[in-house]
Design a protein around this ligand. Structure first.
Ligand code: AMP
Ligand code: MG
Length: 412
């Protein structure tokens, strides 16, 4: 049996980012970019107006006020997207719309609100500074500038930036294909009403959803019976996946053959059993070079083990460097006791109350109580050397989703 830290270390050295693929930027949200993007152009491409108003020479507006208006001659009209034909000379102005290129000779724009049109002239009621209301060429992005760094996880703003550079395709790390199989003679398919002694294979579904949640592709391999020959056959059909996940059959029961089969056909069982609860009977190895996680069968154990070990691995394969769940400190509303030696992951609901977080358990912590995961948004992590958490003590909580970053009401 090894520690959670050691297990994680042993697992992660087996994973590297996959190769790159070129995809449309519309499909790239959340993906990790595998190339540096340098801008081929200035954005904006030319000096342009930040306001609807009049392009002027700032010197011509000096001293203009409500009580001392000045007049300039309108020589041209410049809508957005058009380039001026004339140069602004002393005493002249051009009507200009937001985004339109500043005409030659002008060095400021006066807002429409500070002017009044009067036939072919404009009355101005305020002065402007040099460069006022002008957006300069390259002020957002300069030609040659590094705008999106290799390794960035793409968000909508990155995608807008790529679009503004004219890049409709981008290289990102591939998504791992993850074969998921459940083992157990007691399992029936989702369509079947389970007779006594049988139960629906739910693990394949929770695991598939977890795979999707970290951006990878689940491949449903169905149920495998508790026979070595069946397991061997099934594992072999999964070898074109990037990762294999099985659930069940890794304990010490008479029919728990997964680890034997891993040892026999894989000849690469890295470890079995981790000092954690739930999730102790985890096996990790490889079959013909394909990493294989033998997760425990109990529904909570399978999910918690996935969280701790599979999720960081799948994120690493996709080029992510931030591969761990966020942890926060919270005040625990209950007392806990456990034996030393194991790391415990206690299903909890975390809420923000005033300016601190408060965590309460979601009830029965049995590893078969899937309901305890349904209501949880976090796992209280109780360290190997801890034996007791007092009510009101501070605990570390690993967040399982982003529910704490959202709110039911507007907050300022
Ligand atoms: P095992 O580790 O194979 O002994 O499985 C432990 C327990 O987990 C079984 O007795 C089942 O109750 C449960 N279990 C195993 N596999 C699944 C599955 N695919 N879906 C739901 N529950 C399962
Ligand atoms: Mg079993």
């Amino acid at each position: 049996m090894i520690s959670v830290e050691k297990a994680l270390k042993t697992i992660l050295v087996n994973f590297r980012p996959l190769g790159l693929e070129k995809i449309n930027i519309l499909e790239s949200r959340g993906r990790v970019i595998g190339e540096d993007i340098f801008s081929p152009r200035n954005i904006p491409s030319a000096n342009n107006s930040a306001m609807d108003g009049y392009a002027v020479r700032y010197a011509d507006t000096k001293g203009a006020t409500k009580n001392n208006p000045l007049q300039l001659k309108i020589i041209e009209d410049i809508p957005a997207g058009k380039v001026a034909l004339k140069k602004i000379k002393a005493g002249e102005a051009a009507r200009i719309m937001t985004g339109a290129v500043i005409p030659e000779g002008a060095d400021a724009v006066i807002r429409q609100e500070d002017t009044q049109k009067n036939g072919k002239t404009v009355i101005i009621y305020s002065s402007v500074q040099k460069k006022e209301n002008i957006r300069f060429a390259g002020e957002d992005v300069k030609r040659g500038e590094l705008v999106v760094k290799r390794g960035s996880a793409l968000r909508p703003a990155h995608i807008g930036m790529l679009a503004s550079l004219g890049k409709s395709f981008v290289s990102v790390y591939q998504k791992p294909r993850v074969a998921i199989m459940s083992t157990g003679d007691e399992l029936v398919n989702i369509e079947t009403d389970p007779p006594p002694g049988k139960l629906v294979n739910s693990n394949s579904y929770s695991l598939a959803a977890q795979v999707l949640e970290c951006g990878a592709i689940p491949i449903m391999m169905g149920i495998t019976r508790d026979r070595k020959s069946d397991l061997q056959k099934k594992f072999k059909t999964a070898l074109d996946a990037d990762v294999i996940i099985s659930s069940g059959g890794v304990s010490v029961g008479d029919f728990d053959f997964v680890k034997n089969v891993m040892g026999e056909i894989g000849n690469a069982m890295h470890f079995w059993q981790v000092a954690m609860r739930p999730g102790k009977p985890l096996a990790f190895g490889a079959i013909e070079g394909v990493p294989l996680f033998g997760l425990p069968g109990n529904p909570v154990s399978a999910m918690v083990s996935f969280e701790q070990f599979v999720r960081p691995s799948l994120l690493k394969m996709q080029g992510h460097t931030k591969i761990y769940r966020q942890t926060i400190k919270a005040i625990c509303t209950e007392e806990f006791q456990k034996k030393e030696g194991f790391r415990h992951f206690i299903r909890a609901v975390v809420k923000k109350e005033k300016d601190k977080y408060v965590a309460s358990t979601t009830g029965d912590q049995g590893s078969g109580i899937l309901k305890s995961m349904v209501t949880a948004n976090g796992l209280i992590v109780m360290g190997e050397n801890e034996s007791r958490i007092k009510k009101g003590a501070q605990v570390t909580v690993q967040l399982l989703d982003d529910s704490l970053s959202r709110s039911e009401s507007l907050q300022f």
